[in-house]
Every structure is written in structure tokens, then in C-alpha cells.
Design a protein around this ligand. Structure first.
Ligand code: AG3
Length: 274
């Protein structure tokens, strides 16, 4: 008989947390940048946590990865060919971009250990790194966008929350550099947190992007394992944000109604974007 129950909790504040009952802790490692843990949960499959915050679970990663790739893909003026991913060491975003037919994907992850951990525990996501169209670079994304001369049609910022190593991925200098290396008609997108619990993230993304881009909009998705289950992303363009509706491939979450409707924000969230 099992007497002890084990739980992993992401703490939102001193008074609130989301807990997953786990059957096993598969790994815990402290890297130069952060702490990485992998748990086997009962309800969501394997769960990857960084510094105590849920990054992905096997059961609901499809929502996040659909929405951080398909939205910018179909809101780019032309079919994107070349993409830059900042973060995304699990390979999930790169995998979705491969499905969409991207010709070249540069994935710049700061922490090589994230990639190693995910290769072991989430091999179906990291499989994208074996595709010759994907080039994985272990480097600081902030420095990378500052120094590169290459141009991209999509720039996807798949980062942790704006505290710790990812903080500077939400500032004006970073967005200014993304503007410089973004092809005309292209899209920059970032995850921008829970409008309810982390209003600062969506505010920072909107303020920062607006300094360099004339068109900026936030959209939302239902991600049950992230704080509040109501998550935002923010995209920026040099041109008007218009949907390409020809040959749209649905994802497991994304479809045309979602493409249009996910920009509909409740009033409290809309205020954070102004
Ligand atoms: N990166 C964004 C996760 C942010 C979650 N925040 C939190 N749980 N407080 C996801 C990585 C997936 N490629």
C-alpha cells in the first residue's frame, strides 16, 4: 500500500499554487542558468519545470506550440521560409514550423542542458533538432539578435517568464534588434504570460514592441497547466496584421476561427495592451 502521495506545485504567490500529483521525479538538475525538473504526473504525462514553473506537459504542449507558430505563420504577408526561435530548447516550436514547411530554422537556446534533458525525456519534441532544416545554436539569444546579419521571416521568442534569464527578452533593445533582422512582411512573436496573474509580461511586451513596430497585437489561448489557464502571446509587424487564409492547415488547437478569434481580449486584458 502506498502511504505517501507526492505532488509538484507551481507557486503563483504565497497563497496560491497549482499542484500535480506525481508518480515519479525523473530528474532534477541545477544548470548555470536555472533549475530543471522533470516529473511523471498522473493527469498530464511528463512535465518539464524550470525554476519551479511549468514549461510544458505532454498533454497540453500542443496548445502553446500551435499558437506560437501557426499564428505568426498565417499572419505573415507571404509564406515564411526562414525562422529564428529564441529559447525553445525542447524543440516543440521547431517541430511545428517543420510541419508548416519552413525551409530553414535557426533555434538559439541559452541553456544546452534544457536540450539534453528534453532529448532524454521528450524525444518526440526534440526530434525536430535532427532535421537538416533545423540548426540548433547554444547561445544567448539577446547577444545573437544583436550580432547577426541574417534576416528572418519569423522570429519566435519561446522563453520562460520575464524574471531571471529571460528578463531582457522583454525589453526595448531586444525588440529593436528583432526589427532590424526581420524581413518585410514578417512577424515577431513572444509568449507574454497570464494577463490575470502576470499583467507585467503582456504590458512589457506591448510597450517594448511598440517602440520598434507600428503594428502590435496580443492574442490568447487556453493552456490548462499555465497560471490561470488563460495565456497570452504578443505579435509585432512592420505592416498591417492581416490573415492569409489560403491553404490553412489546422493544428490540434489552431484553426481559422481561432486565428481570428484569439485576438478578442476581455476588457481587463485589452487595457494591459494599450
Ligand atoms: N515557455 C513558456 C512557459 C512560461 C510558463 N510560465 C509559467 N508556468 N509560470 C514554454 C516552453 C515551451 N516550449
Amino acid at each position: 500500500m502506498k502511504l505517501i502521495e507526492n505532488w509538484f506545485s507551481e507557486r503563483y504567490s504565497d497563497n496560491l499554487q497549482l499542484s500535480f500529483r506525481v508518480s515519479d521525479q525523473l530528474l532534477s538538475v541545477k544548470t548555470d542558468f536555472q533549475r530543471i525538473d522533470v516529473f511523471e504526473t498522473y493527469d498530464f504525462g511528463k512535465l518539464l519545470s524550470i525554476d519551479g514553473t511549468v514549461q510544458l506537459t505532454e498533454k497540453d504542449e500542443f496548445v502553446y506550440h500551435d499558437m506560437i507558430t501557426r499564428m505568426p505563420f498565417y499572419y505573415a504577408d507571404r509564406v515564411p521560409e526562414k525562422a529564428l526561435i529564441i529559447g525553445g530548447g525542447d524543440g516543440g516550436a521547431a517541430g511545428e514550423l517543420l510541419k508548416l514547411g519552413l525551409k530553414s530554422i535557426r533555434n538559439v537556446e541559452i541553456d544546452g542542458q534544457v536540450v539534453e534533458v528534453c532529448k532524454k525525456h521528450f524525444p518526440s519534441l526534440t526530434a525536430s533538432f535532427n532535421d537538416p532544416r533545423v540548426k540548433l545554436v547554444i547561445d544567448d539569444g539577446i547577444k545573437y539578435v544583436r550580432e547577426t546579419d541574417e534576416r528572418f521571416d519569423l522570429i519566435i521568442v519561446d522563453s520562460t517568464d520575464p524574471v531571471g534569464p529571460a528578463e531582457d527578452l522583454f525589453n526595448e533593445e531586444f525588440y529593436e534588434n528583432t526589427e532590424r533582422i526581420l524581413n518585410d512582411g514578417g512577424v515577431v512573436v513572444t509568449q507574454s504570460g497570464s494577463p490575470f496573474y502576470q499583467p507585467k509580461a503582456i504590458e512589457l511586451a506591448n510597450k517594448g514592441m511598440k517602440k520598434s513596430f507600428p503594428y502590435v497585437r496580443s492574442y490568447v489561448a487556453f493552456i490548462p497547466t499555465y497560471p490561470s489557464g488563460f495565456w497570452s502571446f504578443t505579435m509585432a509587424k512592420k505592416e498591417e496584421i492581416r490573415l492569409r487564409t489560403e491553404n490553412v492547415q489546422n493544428g490540434k488547437y489552431f484553426n481559422l476561427e481561432i486565428a481570428r478569434g484569439s485576438f478578442s481580449l476581455p476588457e481587463f486584458a485589452k487595457k494591459l495592451t494599450l
